[in-house]
Design a protein around this ligand. Structure first.
Ligand code: GDP
Ligand code: MG
Length: 162
């Protein structure tokens, strides 16, 4: 079986956009409005000849129970099943309480993590990515999932830990 890479992070940070970027197709559903319920979806991916299964997550609903719990639950299941994690943060927003909650979960899980500082569409927002060193997960990789900027370097980093 192929190694499994889970893509986790808050709603709307660009997880599905990143998945589409990596698989080179538009199969993962990109939502402008967060909170649409979706199941976890797995895709076969490869980077420079290394094949892996890429799991997009986003299957939660915003409801009366609150988004915090839902995000943590979803991330926890995906991380349990994964060999490595792409943790996506919106660099233009910065680290939120939900992001910090995911970090604690990742620490407990002990799986290798590549921190994706997404929505770094241009040089101007590189500093936003650097601010995510504060999460304590090592190097934040500045990426624009939308335009492809930086995604190659981030994938190289993923292969290093896979
Ligand atoms: P998900 O909920 O984490 O799966 O996020 P989506 O992939 O559905 O993206 C949410 C929104 O962010 C969509 O409007 C995307 O077009 C936008 N988005 C995703 N990646 C980027 C990026 O790198 N730059 C910018 N500017 N927008 C992005
Ligand atoms: Mg999504």
């Amino acid at each position: 079986p192929l190694p499994v890479v889970a893509v986790i992070g808050r709603p709307n940070v660009g997880k599905s956009t990143l998945v589409n970027r990596i698989i080179g197709r538009r199969e993962a559903v990109v939502e402008d409005v967060p909170g649409v319920t979706r199941d976890r979806v797995a895709y076969e991916a490869d980077w420079v000849g290394r094949r892996f299964t890429l799991v997009d997550t986003g299957g939660w609903a915003v409801d009366a129970k609150g988004i915090h719990l839902r995000v943590a639950e979803q991330a926890e299941i995906a991380v349990e099943l994964a060999d490595a994690v792409l943790f996506v943060v919106d660099a233009t927003v910065g680290a939120t309480d939900d992001d910090e909650a995911v970090v604690r979960l990742l620490r407990r899980a002990g799986k290798p993590v590549v921190l994706i500082a997404n929505k770094v569409d241009d040089q101007r927002t590189e500093a936003d990515a650097a601010a995510l060193w504060s999460l304590g997960l090592g190097q934040p990789w500045p990426v624009s999932a939308l335009h492809g900027r930086g995604s190659g370097d981030a994938l190289d980093a993923l292969l290093e830990v896979l």
